[in-house]
Design a binder for this molecule. Structure first.
Ligand SMILES: [Zn+2]
Length: 253
């Protein structure tokens, strides 16, 4: 279950081959990463931190990554420091990232929160922090309480985006899951399409909008109606299904 994405594994391999450390630029060069994947490189490298201990060492102007071995305990992330907190609050511009209410109009108080909880392996990095109002924060804590954090940590590290999304929906046991949670679990722009593709495997998922609070904006939610056991290679089967359909469409023309 605890699989990492293919790119993460390749990055890990290169780090292991260079026990004295290697820079990010050198890793990119060795892996000859296609331009389309370049943007994901940083995330893929950080993803390794869930399961592996990797030290960052300053060597003159160079930053080296040194592989230290697998983690025996789940990552213990630090508190959100002042700089990260200020950064997230600045980016919010007085508006709750979840419900959209503002300090000025609705008198809300903003708190800085992890989008993906730390217990799931969510990191204390700008990408995973947002400013939300106290109401949303309380609601979210309540919401995530029912979800098994150990299981979610494994789900987050799975290489198939379809398995990550499907297992997250299952983990909420029929409760509606906020779009923001699924977006982060998918870790890609096309995440809505990936959810729709689960239909090819016989899954049924409903989507609906909900207003979180008076004056807030409408947020979308996803709810699992029916799930199916995973085949050997879910993402591969979905890709094959799409290729077959494209062929059929061509034949119909
Ligand atoms: Zn809010």
């Amino acid at each position: 279950m605890a699989n990492l994405s293919d790119m993460s594994l390749k990055i890990l391999e290169v780090m292991k081959q260079h026990p004295d450390g290697i820079t990010e630029g050198e890793i990119r060069e060795k892996l000859k990463i296609p331009p389309a994947e370049q943007a994901n490189f940083g995330r893929r490298r950080r993803e390794l931190n869930y399961l592996h201990l990797i030290e960052k060492v300053q060597d003159g102007p160079r930053v080296l990554y040194v592989y230290k071995g697998p983690r025996t305990k789940p990552r213990d992330t630090s508190q959100i420091n002042i700089r990260l907190r200020a950064q997230a609050l600045h980016a919010a511009r007085g508006r709750c990232g979840n419900c959209g209410r503002t300090i000025e109009k609705h008198g809300i108080v903003l708190v800085v929160d992890h989008k993906v909880p730390r217990e799931w392996g969510g990191e204390t990095v700008p990408d995973n922090l947002w400013a939300i109002c106290e109401d949303c924060n309380a609601g979210k804590k309540n919401y995530f309480k029912s979800v098994d954090a150990d299981w979610m940590r494994k789900v987050m590290a799975h290489k198939s985006v379809h398995v990550r999304l499907g297992e997250t929906l299952k983990a909420f046991k029929g409760e509606a899951v906020p779009a923001a949670t699924l977006e982060f679990v998918a870790n890609q722009d096309d995440w809505k399409k990936r959810i729709r593709e689960l239909r090819y495997l016989g899954w049924e998922i409903e989507t609906f909008n909900r207003k979180l609070s008076e004056g807030g904006r409408v947020s979308s939610y996803y709810q699992l109606v029916k799930s199916r056991p995973w085949p050997e290679d879910p993402t591969g089967i979905i890709r094959q299904y799409e290729r077959d359909r494209a062929e059929r469409n061509k034949a119909d023309d």
